[in-house]
Write a protein that binds this ligand. Structure first.
Ligand code: NAD
Length: 309
């Protein structure tokens, strides 16, 4: 299947959406990056007399996320020139612009209800034949396309990028029940030739492959550290450099992922594997709930298991 990917719409400008946007922009693709409008004014906006309806305010979330990504580099790829290829906006005003995009990539919060509502809205403006994919970490693909048109389902599948997408080469491609095999062939080829990925075709099983193993690993560490009386430094010393993972020891990875997202993935998994013997492992320990209440979500809030400097 021959497709020209001129412009990609990335919906959700959080940890993953803003980085995926930069990755596409880095290979010369135009990007439309959208997020929801803010629910409240900041003190600075209120002092300037701005209103929630002002475009500048409605685009604040997405612009802040993009600027943070560009500034946090550490690669020359995330330059201002790359950012200039990214047009930002908010869902309320700018969703119709997806009609001009060749690939719509959803990267919003890991909740089935929110993703389903978004796909229903996307269907109003999406040009038939356009690729439509989700970056979900583990929500079953077949649940996300329920109620969508035949054309949508044919062009819909999971494209699961790993964090940070600039460096991690794995791209899981997960077909839904009706995905056209030509779409999968195209994404496999595009992923490796243009995005620099090693693509793996996964079955639509809960959390697919890497997260089924990876989240299990995280939860097992939470349990073991409590049983063995180990602390975060000890675990990261054991699972980092000495294991050949200088940047990705367990808790440091948790901060990069975002604790809220990690917990959502961990909580979704047992719902979809009710008979799995390991499901008790997915009970989130109280110290993690306390961290969520305190908004210690990791790099995105400046404090997680570690405090950012
Ligand atoms: P995040 O919380 O950093 O960002 C989510 C963004 O979605 C937020 O900016 C939020 O405002 C926006 N949003 C929420 N509802 C929306 C809506 N209705 N319309 C538009 N935008 C909306 O989350 P994230 O870590 O970027 O995760 C996004 C997706 O990628 C999730 O499905 C997650 O499971 C998956 N994922 C995350 C990681 C990771 O390491 N964080 C890795 C791979 C996949």
């Amino acid at each position: 299947m021959n497709r020209n990917i001129r412009k990609v719409a990335v919906i959700g400008s959080g940890v993953m959406g803003s980085r995926i946007a930069c990755h596409f922009a880095g290979i010369g693709v135009q990007v439309l990056l959208l997020d929801i409008a803010p629910a409240a004014l900041t003190d600075a906006e209120a002092a300037k007399g701005l209103q929630l309806t002002d475009k500048q305010v409605r685009n604040r979330i997405v612009n802040d996320a993009l600027q943070a990504t560009v500034k946090s580099k550490p690669s020359a790829v995330y330059t201002k020139a790359v950012a200039a290829r990214i047009n930002t906006g908010n869902i309320d005003d700018d969703l119709p612009k997806i009609a001009d995009c060749d690939w719509i990539l959803e990267a919003v919060v890991e909740r089935l209800d929110i993703k389903q509502q978004l796909f229903e809205k996307i269907e109003r403006y999406r040009r038939p034949g356009t690729l439509i994919t989700t970056n979900t970490s583990g929500i079953p693909i077949h649940l996300m396309n329920e109620g969508r048109s035949e054309d949508f389902r044919k062009h819909f599948c999971g494209t699961h990028f790993f964090n940070p997408p600039r460096y991690l080469r794995l791209l899981e491609i997960i077909p839904g029940p009706d995905t056209d095999p030509k779409v999968l062939d195209f994404l496999t080829d595009y992923g490796s030739r243009h995005l620099g990925k090693i693509t793996v075709l996964c079955k639509d099983t809960p959390a697919f492959i890497a997260n089924r193993v990876g989240v299990f690993g995280f939860m097992a560490v939470f349990k073991a550290m409590q049983e063995l009386g180990l602390n975060i430094d000890e675990i990261d010393s054991l699972t980092g450099t000495v294991m050949g993972r200088p940047k990705s020891a367990t808790f440091r990875t948790g901060d990069v992922v975002g604790l809220d997202t990690l917990v959502m993935v961990a909580k979704n998994l047992p719902k979809n594997v009710p008979n799995d013997e390991a499901k008790d492992l997915f009970i989130v320990p109280p110290f993690i709930d306390t961290m969520l209440t305190n908004k210690w979500l990791g790099d995105k809030t400046g404090q997680g298991f570690y405090k950012m400097t």
